[in-house]
Design a protein around this ligand. Structure first.
Ligand SMILES: Cc1ncc(COP(=O)(O)O)c(C=O)c1O
Length: 480
């Protein structure tokens, strides 16, 4: 089929759309006026108005009377309802479910709306590749030996420096470099708990944590965490008093899946309560650098006696999931973490550790992060607006101030596992709610990843998902 030439208004519309999706124009930013567009693009006022009207019809921009057009911010849907109550200790069984959810994952034709994987276009992959090639040349002899505490010292110093900028001062000596955050969490929990022990998590929480505890033969107790304030402190206190808990794994900054964060006052209370019961907290800090207002939450460690709590993080969500660089700052458990790392995988590949240190030292990371946050916020607005337009009445939506995810509560008649199956037939993958709970709660919730490359195909996929949800919602017999 011959490609037709774009009309002038389509060209301007695409150009403005690219500025919005690329983050150059963020939520609430003013769009160039009709007069400015005419001058910049050498078009007539009618053409400029047509382009703006189209963007407005697609909810990308909105008009303020006598002021002009602005980039759309997020719609105000109600917040999703939290988990019902503390769920008593039991062994999690989510692995099979998760495996099923990720079945179509590697299919390049699938529009992946669920998995928390950043689209490569959001990351500085060329710069990272350059650092890796340079490190491979410079440290070629590292391929001929195992690493030691000396070979990754450069990276440990860079991480200690970044954490100290977040108010968390520590020596590089207590940091162990790991193969991503998953490895970090695994080592941290094994340093403070044994098979059969009970670990407290938030509900909902990242399914990877539940899978890990399942594989380690540990039991899980979960405490409700709300979309606006994070962990329910009163329930947390009750759980600590009532049950014998070995450790808590918390995601207090832009949590997965709901994007909620604890404020400083609540961080202090959580740390004090855990200290009173002599329970170490393992903090998963992986999204903490992704606050849309460019501020960074202080890690929980800074609220207590330094060394009592463990801090895990990685570069997977901010720089490169493929580098597989993570860390644990183990506090007084650092030697145990180090020993466990030796036992499980000896070291993390040293050449990539050196490449990561090189990238962090280069000074471009903060600039990249500012762009990434802007893009994530823009995508979150667009996806929120698309959900508000396409999903059934009664849908509720989280409003995170950072991170990757939107937590969506559909009307109760919609079953998210069945929605997953239906979506999969349309080449769309989603993350259904029950994988975020060790008791299978959240049957009418889904998690949506906003770290994607926005396109008309994504927009159409969200619309299709909305239609599928409508079908379930309107057919009560399907759910009986
Ligand atoms: C909260 C949380 N922790 C840990 C991980 C795993 O991170 P990594 O890829 O660095 O192992 C993820 C990935 O989705 C996550 O969302």
């Amino acid at each position: 089929m011959a490609l037709r030439e774009q009309f002038a208004y389509e060209r301007v519309e695409s150009r403005l759309e690219a500025l919005i999706s690329g983050g150059a124009l963020g939520p609430g930013d003013r769009i160039p006026s009709v007069r400015e567009l005419c001058r910049m693009e050498r078009i007539s006022p009618a053409t400029a108005i047509q382009a703006l009207t189209n963007l407005e019809a697609r909810s990308l921009i909105f008009a303020r009377p006598r002021s002009g057009f602005y980039v759309q911010s997020r719609p105000h849907l109600p917040l999703p309802t939290p988990a019902h109550a503390i769920a008593r200790p039991q062994r999690p069984k989510v692995s099979e479910h998760v495996a099923q959810v990720f079945r179509d994952f590697d299919n390049p034709r699938t529009i992946a709306l669920g998995a928390g994987i950043p689209h490569p276009s959001l990351l500085p992959t060329t710069e990272v590749a350059r650092c890796v090639s340079r490190a491979a040349r410079q440290y070629a002899t590292d391929f001929g030996r195992y690493g030691s505490r000396e070979t990754d010292l450069g990276l440990r110093k860079e991480i200690a420096l970044r954490l100290s900028l977040a108010g968390c001062t520590m020596s590089p000596d207590e940091i162990v470099i790991t193969t991503g955050c998953m490895d970090a969490l695994n080592l941290a929990v094994r340093a403070v708990a044994n098979p059969g022990d009970t670990v407290l998590v938030e509900s909902p929480t990242f399914f990877g944590i539940l899978q890990m505890l399942e594989s380690l033969g540990m039991k899980v107790i979960s405490v409700p965490s709300t979309c606006d304030r994070g962990l329910d402190i009163a329930a947390f206190e009750r759980a600590l008093s009532r049950y014998r808990i070995a450790t808590c794994i918390l995601i207090p900054s832009f949590g997965n899946p709901h994007g909620a964060s604890l404020d400083d006052e609540r961080r202090q209370t959580v740390v004090d309560l855990a200290a009173r019961h002599g329970i170490p907290i393992i903090e998963d800090d992986i999204y903490a650098e992704l606050g849309f207002d460019n501020s960074r939450h202080r890690p929980l460690r800074t609220f207590g006696r330094s060394g009592d709590n463990l801090l895990c993080g990685s570069l997977s969500k901010t720089l490169s999931p493929g580098l597989r660089i993570g860390w644990v700052a183990g506090g007084r458990y650092a030697e145990d973490v180090h020993r466990l790392k030796l036992v499980s995988s000896i070291t993390t590949p040293q050449v990539t550790a050196k490449a990561a240190a090189d990238y962090l030292r280069s000074g471009g990371f903060d600039r990249h992060l500012r762009g990434l946050r802007k893009m994530l916020e823009t995508q979150m607005c667009r996806i929120s607006s698309a959900i508000a337009r396409a999903f059934p009445q009664g849908t509720a939506l989280s409003r995170p101030g950072g991170g990757y995810f939107l937590w969506v509560e559909l009307p109760e008649r919609v079953n998210s596992l069945r929605l997953r199956d239906a979506a999969s037939h349309h080449g769309i993958s989603i993350c259904p709610g029950p994988i975020f709970s060790h008791t299978g709660e959240f049957s009418h919730f889904i998690r949506v990843n906003c770290a994607i490359d926005w396109s008309s195909a994504v927009e159409a996929a969200l619309q299709t998902l909305g239609q599928l949800a409508h079908v379930q919602n309107d057919s009560p017999s399907e759910n009986s």
